[in-house]
Design a protein around this ligand. Structure first.
Ligand SMILES: O=C(O)c1cc(=O)[nH]c(=O)n1[C@@H]1O[C@H](COP(=O)(O)O)[C@@H](O)[C@H]1O
Length: 272
């Protein structure tokens, strides 16, 4: 495999821009789309989002919970959606948020990052609550396959500050520590930093974000605005992969293409 994950990501961003479209078949969205709240509905939704995304962006992020809630049939639907995204040459970030003791989390890496696996993606999201080192096996697996791991560092939800702003004896916050560890594996590891967060409160300096890919959710439904990202991320803006789900998916099958185009234009207007 030529080039690592960072090189692959850089190529995708150079060609299509950094916008990522989420594939989140929430029950109310399936209703908006005129689809059943079942595995068949999730499959159809996913395939249509892939089709709309393919011509417009380079990255998609299926949120696995919305498929998992339909059990085995949901996973079968997800396999089809992942296959369609691969066929469309989209870079796929499986939003699985896995974490466990190293020997177990490695099996999650095997599921999501092994070439040829039924659930193969280009990257997965992971949780380092059990210590950053618990992810070593997944990170090694990602490196070997030129795939990526996005570790939650500063999440977009309002409850996150309680844990993520906690400081150790040296005064470093949990979020900053996760970011520092991610930077030690910058070839294949990125971080998740919500666009709703207060970087100063989290003890994060913008220059710490420059060397790692930053997956940034929180735009639209959670209140952050794409045009405000330059003010939040400053010099680190070039690392940011903004991701949008409900704000574009809510436009329904007839409106999703123009909703993605509108989000793309807002991102394209960011200073470079
Ligand atoms: O890892 C994520 O993608 C993620 C991390 C985070 O801190 N906040 C967050 O919202 N997400 C995911 O990003 C998506 C945001 O969806 P919208 O709020 O509808 O754009 C959902 O799939 C969330 O699960």
């Amino acid at each position: 495999m030529s080039g690592g994950f960072r090189a692959r990501l850089a190529d995708v961003v150079a060609e299509h821009g950094p916008l990522c479209v989420g594939i989140d078949p929430h029950a109310p969205l399936l209703a908006t789309w005129g689809l059943g709240d079942d595995a068949a509905g999730a499959r159809e939704f996913g395939l249509r989002v892939v089709e709309a995304a393919a011509a417009r962006v380079g990255i998609v992020k299926p949120q696995i919970a919305f498929f998992e809630r339909h059990g085995a049939a949901g996973y079968a639907a997800l396999e089809e959606v992942l296959g369609a995204a691969r066929a469309a040459e989209l870079l796929v970030i499986a939003d699985v948020k896995r974490g466990d003791v190293g020997s177990t989390v490695d099996a999650y890496g095997e599921a999501w990052l092994t070439p040829g696996s039924p659930l193969e993606a280009d990257a997965m999201t992971a949780v380092a609550y059990q210590g950053f080192g618990s992810l070593d096996g997944v990170i090694a697996r990602a490196r070997a396959a030129a795939k990526g791991v996005f570790v939650l560092a500063a999440t977009s939800n309002p409850e996150s500050a309680e844990v993520q702003t906690a400081r150790d004896a040296q005064g470093e916050t949990v979020a900053a520590q996760l970011l520092r560890h991610a930077g030690e594996h910058a070839g294949e590891v990125g971080v998740v930093v919500g666009a709703t967060v207060d970087l100063a409160e989290l003890g994060i300096r913008r220059e710490q974000l420059v060397p790692v890919p930053v997956l940034a959710p929180g735009f639209g439904a959670q209140g952050a605005l794409l045009p405000e990202a330059p003010a939040l991320f400053g010099d680190a803006l070039g690392s940011v992969l903004p991701t949008v789900s409900r704000s574009v998916l809510g436009a329904g099958p007839a409106g999703i293409a123009s909703a993605i185009d509108a989000a793309r234009r807002e991102v394209a207007a960011w200073p470079r």
